[in-house]
Ligand binder design. Sequence first.
Ligand SMILES: NC(=O)c1ccc[n+]([C@@H]2O[C@H](COP(=O)([O-])OP(=O)(O)OC[C@H]3O[C@@H](n4cnc5c(N)ncnc54)[C@H](O)[C@@H]3O)[C@@H](O)[C@H]2O)c1
Length: 247
Amino acid sequence: MTLQNKVALVTGGGRGIGRAICLVFAAKGADVIAADLDLAAAQGVAGEVEALGRRSLALTMNVADEASVNQAAGEAAAWQGRIDIWVNNAGVGSRAMLHEMSAEQWDKVLSVNLRGAFLGTRAAARIMMPQNSGRIINISSRAGKGGSYGHCSYSSSKAGMIGLTKSTARELGKYNITANAILPGFIPTELTKNLDASITTPEQRVLPRAGRPEDVAYAAAYLASDEAEWVTGIGLEVTGGTGMFAG
Ligand SMILES: NC(=O)c1ccc[n+]([C@@H]2O[C@H](COP(=O)([O-])OP(=O)(O)OC[C@H]3O[C@@H](n4cnc5c(N)ncnc54)[C@H](O)[C@@H]3O)[C@@H](O)[C@H]2O)c1
């Protein structure tokens, strides 16, 4: 499996799972655009991509902001003249029980995770349709299928991303563009560092070790590869087996 000479853009590419996707894609031969709210973090990852011998570009992008997404997408498309792979990875959480969650908390999570994935997908579609090829990968979550205790806005946004993925696959298939979701289980990152320990207990996994950002990145590399050209509209669970029990 190779991504030789592909151009990939990863939102939230500055750290965690997004960073791992950037580095695995680069190791497989892709040139990579790391787009993040945090430009310094994206620049750090771009440096790591270049150290792997690939070209890289760091861009500021706020996925929840229409003008910011369109601006960055324009710069990204102009960089190498095309984008082959677009990964909607940027995401946030907000912890509160349903009866205590404010509408603002709800809106913030939905605007980054779901509106952000929509704006990114739309920008990618506009670039990829004239190319008559492309790969769109949405980093959803197992929480989008099984729900998440104390995180209703998060799980709702991730369920929405599954619907977005399927609609995208249906509409863009005729342009040889695939759209797939990845549903990771719990992965230790900045996002999850303050979560309840019960979510991380090994008993909930079939496989003994904890998940790593690279586990998600390898799945993304498969969906981005030529070998996956007949795979679209799926939600690929990368959970160490926890997905067998949840929801
Ligand atoms: N870590 C997990 O257990 C887990 C499980 C399932 C799904 N996910 C999903 O994987 C994705 C990455 O998660 P992570 O654990 O690496 O999180 P993280 O917090 O470590 O990294 C998220 C990155 O997204 C960036 N970001 C946040 N808001 C943004 C915005 N509005 N515009 C652009 N960039 C923005 C951040 O700056 C950061 O670099 C998220 O969508 C998350 O929901 C994570």
